[in-house]
Design a protein around this ligand. Structure first.
Ligand code: DX5
Ligand code: ZN
Length: 245
């Protein structure tokens, strides 16, 4: 009796659909050709990317320099996708207003640099951006316990921040799983993002652990066509997400 079977399986089908919808690819422009940024972002978007990840480094918190609000402002004109600004800087409070003004939609700050994390997250929200908190590989999930109710997303670094094309650290997987568990237990609403070393060889395990927003730089822009690369990553991520259901 097909109708009866359909009705019985409806909740499972709904869950599978919802799981697929939650998976998002956020290409990191750090690995893109900056002379052709708009084209590269457009190719990744054509491949299914739904968020653009922008790495901001200050040469202090991490040993590298990247870009600032003017590039975010130009990107804002080049894409309609949300701009996810990952601030790897020591004094985020000073720059949150400028990045928001430049067109950032999501702003994340590192737990390791925020002396007043609650205040910084609220500052991001006051500027009408989604507020994210980031933890380095050596930072435990427990350090976030008091902000999990107010953050929109948690970003788990799966490499030490500062550079693209580093090797994925498998020891960070348990933190993704723990964040998913805590979310269910506490009824929180944050989403779980992962960043660093995400490619065709690692995407399935981070998704199975519970990651939903997948940052990927070199696997999208490193070689070949960003559209094809993004499609392949999303396909692998979505089939892994179905294994979770
Ligand atoms: C590292 C950055 C990442 C980086 C990811 O500090 O936060 O976003 O660009 O690059 P891949 O995907 O090449 O590891
Ligand atoms: Zn990043």
């Amino acid at each position: 009796m097909p109708w009866r079977a359909l009705v019985l399986e409806f909740p499972q089908l709904l869950l599978a659909f919802w799981t697929l919808v939650l998976i998002e690819l956020a290409p990191s422009i750090l690995a893109a050709d900056f002379a052709h940024l708009a084209d590269q972002v457009e190719r990744a978007t054509a491949g299914g990317a739904s968020v653009i990840h922008v790495d901001i480094m200050d040469g202090h918190f991490v040993p590298n320099l990247t870009l600032g609000p003017p590039v975010v402002k130009s990107l804002r004109r080049a894409t309609r996708l949300p701009l996810d600004c990952h601030l790897m800087i020591e004094n985020p409070d000073q720059f949150v207003p400028e990045f928001a003004e430049a067109g950032a939609n999501w702003i994340s700050v590192h737990q390791e640099v925020c002396r007043n994390l609650n205040r910084t997250l609220n500052l991001i929200k006051q500027h009408e951006c989604r507020a994210g908190v980031v933890i380095n590989p050596a930072t435990p999930v427990e350090t976030l316990s008091e902000v999990l109710d107010i953050v929109d997303y948690v970003l788990v670094m799966s490499v030490n921040p500062g550079f693209g094309a580093q090797k994925f650290i498998p020891g960070t997987l348990h933190k993704i799983a723990k964040l998913a568990e805590i979310r269910t237990a506490r009824g929180c609403e944050y989403r779980i993002e992962v960043d660093g070393g995400i490619g065709l060889d690692t995407v399935a395990e981070v998704v199975r652990a519970g990651a939903e927003i997948l940052v990927s730089g070199s696997a999208v822009f490193g070689k070949g066509d960003a559209k094809v690369n993004a499609q392949a990553l999303l396909e692998a991520a979505r089939s892994a997400s179905l294994q979770r259901v």
